[in-house]
Design a protein around this ligand. Structure first.
Ligand code: BDR
Ligand code: CA
Length: 309
């Protein structure tokens, strides 16, 4: 019995690997992929999503482009991590397919309405499209099983000391999503910084099938960018953890917490304020990831990549 999912992403090296894991996993049925501006501009994230699906042998999965900018702010992109194309490193063929002629929120709504089973949303970029879906199509909310997003941090951020990139880019959207009343899981930096991949992982994947080779080349670039910025031993493959958690919920340990988003413009912009020690009377609105079985996670990804072209 597979779980129908929609992946809303901004590829992005780790988004691309997350897409590969999703399409390679029989536990999931990827109904569609939607794109948002984040790591790079919308035209590039959309092209990258199409290219990745074609490379994985799944050009049949529809792609819909969504928001080109956050709900209320100027777009901030992450070329310093993902390069000019958003997926620098491997040679990227132009996709032969195109996105559907519908914007991401209405396409998601249509997929959710026509799904036999409730749909799980896996956002791995800024939450703009998801907030727009909740605003414009409230009738589908009861048909959403859960939202598992990559974003946020209970402690320190990565784009500022306070904020993780996806939430920093569109804090207003994040605020709407965390307060939407659905079961929402936050896969933040506490978890994803345990999912570090380095040259060793790239070398293990290199020379295997096309998809593993592609991931190796993505990692070559992505890993080289990270120690320079964050002094971590390897690169956190953030978004892959969100998909892995939906495939196998035993990989990540979560705690139920009250979480609020700082939508101000000051030092705390985009901070996910997590009440881990329950010192407030806030509603406990999120399951927040803290622990990761890193080896089981890596095994899952490597095994699944083997099943792709
Ligand atoms: C998040 O920001 C992006 O650069 C990554 O794709 C990931 O979704 C990590 O902060
Ligand atoms: Ca992303």
């Amino acid at each position: 019995m597979s779980i129908p999912v929609i992946i809303d992403c901004d590829p992005g090296h780790d988004d691309a690997i997350a897409l590969l894991l999703a399409v390679a996993s029989p536990e999931l049925e990827v109904l569609g992929v939607t794109t948002v501006a984040g790591n790079t501009t919308l035209d590039k994230t959309t092209r990258n999503a199409l290219t990745v699906l074609e490379l994985a042998g799944r050009p049949d999965i529809p792609v819909a482009a969504g928001a080109a900018a956050p709900l209320a702010r100027e777009l901030v992109i992450a070329e310093y991590i993902h390069g000019e194309s958003g997926l620098d490193g491997p040679v990227l063929p132009e996709p032969s397919g195109s996105p559907v002629h519908q914007s991401a929120p209405s396409f998601m709504a249509e997929l959710i309405r026509s799904s036999q089973k409730p749909v799980t949303l896996i956002p791995t970029g800024p939450l703009t499209n998801i907030a727009q879906l909740l605003r414009d199509h409230p009738d589908v909310i009861e048909r959403v099983r859960a939202i598992t997003f990559m974003g946020g941090a209970a402690e320190i951020g990565n784009i500022t000391p306070s904020a993780e990139f996806n939430i920093y880019v569109d804090p207003e959207a994040a605020d709407e999503v965390v307060n939407c009343g659905l079961p929402v899981t936050m896969i933040g930096l506490e978890v994803t910084h345990q999912a570090l991949f380095g040259d060793r992982e790239a070398d293990l994947l290199r020379g295997r099938n096309q998809s593993s080779q592609f991931v190796a080349e993505l990692l070559d670039f992505f890993v080289a960018r990270h120690p320079r910025t964050y002094a971590t031993p390897g690169a956190p493959v953030h978004d892959v953890v969100a998909v892995a958690h939906v495939i196998d919920p035993t990989l990540v340990t979560t705690e139920r917490c009250g979480v609020k988003i700082d939508t101000g413009d000051g030092l705390g912009r985009g901070r996910t304020v997590v009440d881990r020690w329950h010192v407030t009377d806030w509603d406990e609105n999120l399951d927040v990831g803290f622990g990761l079985d890193r080896d089981a996670f890596a095994r899952l990804l490597f095994e699944r990549l083997e099943t792709l072209p």
